[in-house]
Design a protein. Structure first.
Lengths: 466, 466
């Protein structure tokens, strides 16, 4: 696919649509929009455009389709698979100005929002009305809801409440042609035509640009309890998660942290938490609901289950501050790993009960290739973030061995019934591995669907597949 | 699109694939496979084929694609939108012999099944392992799980537990080309490529034939409570449903029945239930969970909410028999209406709080066109089944007025933020109204997606759209 570079007449056109202040061409700014949170990658766009509404995006996409100018949609740039990187240059289209929560429908437990709203802001705003939007990626304090939809994000609460796709009722989308559609209807049940809504969720900005989002909400649970359990064996920590489910309890979070994950995080953001010295891994376990007694009983049952394994002293958070400290410990791991070493993060996912096998396999692969890994993630979903550390490896070793090791890890995931990304997406950096998850027939279907939506191939080119 | 009729050489080919006993050409049998439960429609196929596994279906579809022989997939034939009717003749492909539950994964709360398993059989089988598959269409005693996936079925429990799409993890699908694919992976979180699984769910057998299904399951709730509440006003019954949700309670069923719906049903299947003479409508309200005290408290809260409205004496089911009788009352309505009069059922859906407006609107349209309607359905989801009765109307009136009235009802749904089918699908009989829900741009996307999967247009032709 040949693309056109952006020229001065194109810039003038974009300025005429969104206003001059909202077309960025300054080198410093282009640099900033040339990165996301994926490793150390940089791909500078030719220009950045900051539209304020769907009509502007419509005219921009129609124009770029006609001229084959690549358009890379961007939310907050917190992605971990390079989905927002303009790898072919061209235009970055940021939704940052489209940051209004448009309507909280308290009667129907729905919210209609623009894509550039920070996920935590959305959650806190609906919470004030007693409503609950559960999906909460670790970056929820900075990521946009639009990006969450592009990647079908999850987070700790997914284990009980599901992922983003389970909350999206309806989307307003600007197609590459410039046409604006709604993908469905704002209802809980829908058997009317193909599910364009679910096709759009997780499509990583390759099929259209989402401009309005209707989410279903739940009544906010009134109480929660949180417990940190240190395990003397990482494999046993994974096994314990499954044992909890087999007791018929669905915790609202079942997070796994290897010793090093927790330690690095605590170094980055010290707190009053004292980590058990003998622990090889930790589980962070939460229950929530409206009845404190019931939560307490569930926590007691969970406590009884974990006692079957070799564990240290469990820490039940007594105060809101303790809860916040424990969640901070968990949520800061990604950042702590990033600061510790050059690294590569893989977002592996398998059926929950296979997690101990996956963890063992990852460690064995690491021993064979000579790297250390720090693993953590959403054990209740079988979703393990594997952070491979460069540390003492030479650049040559790193560049030569890493792709082979990753391939082996992903092949193991697929053998265990899993796949190669649970919540981070394929984007740019996982693309070389997609053929591990999909055969040519599946790939062909997806490419043809892409062509239906984007015949000129201008929208987020180079992502997911070529 | 021109199609080929089936000739004797085609029959021989089908016999060579599935064996002679499993190719049906007897006129009586063709008649049986020419109907489903949609009104009184009959479209006879040229032949019926009963494959036993995906490989056979693969060869049949490849053959029919090459020769442009229409293939209409069929489950149990319980559909209400004519999805299984071979409207262009050709081949009916029934999955009735593919009726094995292949694997209950008790460690991962998953079940892998063939499509021809009766939904209730699947539910009861996994229940014996303490597991729960919630979606329960009224026809669950006879419908197939494969058909439920084709239509994205719901049922009473959808209000708390979601619909079929919320339980489908992965599907083995035979494409019209004959290629066999899995649509995803058997995991709870997946951000790997486009969501082909969700594209397949609800596609009414127009994109591929599902041959294996992986469903996620839940721990089975240990207790439930059921209550019948008579209301002096149907609109107030709808309003009360919303008021229950606004108290933060999510019942596991919130079913609405107009007086006539309940009465017709009780006539068909008499029981010990005494219906309040003054009631204009009834709500059937269920709570479920593991803690009987909590359920009881929720039921008390629900009882307090409904007391704000003009209600008769509530009936709390004391025994399993009473529960069964109440559920039978609800589940037999469809059959009771069918026996009462020629009728036409519309599967309207709106945001929950708009249900009173929809009900009022339906009655006003009925008065204007001179027909009576019997309404019932899943009030918690805003999903109202509107049964328009022919009764004393002449055939000319019926044929001329009905499409206009239906159009008005559907336009009202869309104005209220809803759409034209909640769980029955578009199939054959709702196709004329699809343009009320979708504009030409949306339709064009769906048609092009159809073409990606089925370039020869042989699979369930004439359904959803032309």
């Amino acid at each position: 696919m040949m693309y056109q570079a952006i020229g001065s007449s194109d810039i003038q056109f974009f300025q005429s649509i969104v206003g001059s202040p909202f077309v960025l061409t300054d080198a410093d700014l282009l640099n900033r929009y040339g990165r996301d949170e994926t490793e150390d990658l940089l791909y500078c766009p030719d220009a950045v455009v900051l539209p304020s509404e769907a009509g502007q995006i419509s005219r921009i996409l129609a124009y770029c389709s006609e001229r084959r100018i690549p358009v890379t949609p961007r939310g907050a740039g917190t992605g971990l698979s390079g989905g927002a990187l303009p790898v072919f240059g061209g235009l970055v289209l940021s939704t940052e100005r489209m940051n209004r929560i448009l309507f909280i429908d308290e009667r129907n437990f729905q919210v209609t929002t623009e894509p550039g709203v920070i996920t935590e802001v959305l959650q806190e705003t609906v919470k004030q009305k007693g409503l609950f939007y559960p999906p909460d990626p670790a970056s929820r304090g900075s990521c946009f809801i639009g990006g969450n939809i592009a990647e079908n994000s999850g987070g700790p609460r997914a284990v009980k409440y599901g992922v983003v796709k389970d909350y999206v009722l309806n989307l307003e989308v600007v197609l590459p042609s410039g046409n604006i559609i709604w993908t469905g209807a704002s209802v809980l049940k829908n058997a009317t035509g193909y599910n364009l809504t679910q096709l759009m969720v997780g499509s990583e900005g390759t099929l259209g640009i989402v401009t309005r989002i209707v989410l279903r909400l739940l009544p906010h649970p009134r109480h929660d309890m949180l417990m940190l359990v240190p395990f003397h064996s990482a494999a046993q920590a994974c096994e314990a998660v499954n044992a909890i489910f087999l007791e018929g309890i669905i915790p609202s979070a079942a997070e796994f942290m290897e010793r090093d994950a927790a330690r690095l995080s605590l170094q980055l953001t010290p707190s009053s938490i004292a980590l058990d010295e003998q622990a090889e891994a930790f589980l962070l376990l939460e229950t929530d609901g409206n009845d404190p007694e019931l939560l307490f009983r569930d926590m007691e049952k969970i406590h009884a289950v974990v006692q079957r394994y070799a564990v240290g002293e469990t820490l039940l958070a007594e105060t809101a501050d303790q809860k916040a400290a424990l969640w901070k410990l968990r949520r800061s791991i990604g950042e702590a790993v990033r600061r510790h070493s050059v690294y590569k993060e893989e977002d592996t996912v398998v059926p929950r009960a296979e997690l101990p096998v996956l963890l063992d396999g990852v460690k064995a692969i690491g021993r064979r290739y000579g790297f250390r890994s720090v693993c953590y993630g959403h054990a209740g979903d079988g979703n393990l973030h594997v952070n491979i550390l460069k540390e003492q490896l030479s650049d040559a070793q790193w560049n030569e061995l890493l792709p082979r090791a990753i391939k082996e890890i992903f092949e193991l995931c697929v053998r265990l019934g899993g796949t190669i990304s649970g919540e981070h997406g394929i984007g740019w950096v996982q693309k070389p591995y997609l053929s591990i998850a999909f055969n040519p027939i599946q790939m062909d279907l997806m490419k043809k669907i892409k062509h239906v939506f984007d015949p000129a191939g201008i929208l987020n080119p180079g992502k997911i597949f070529d």
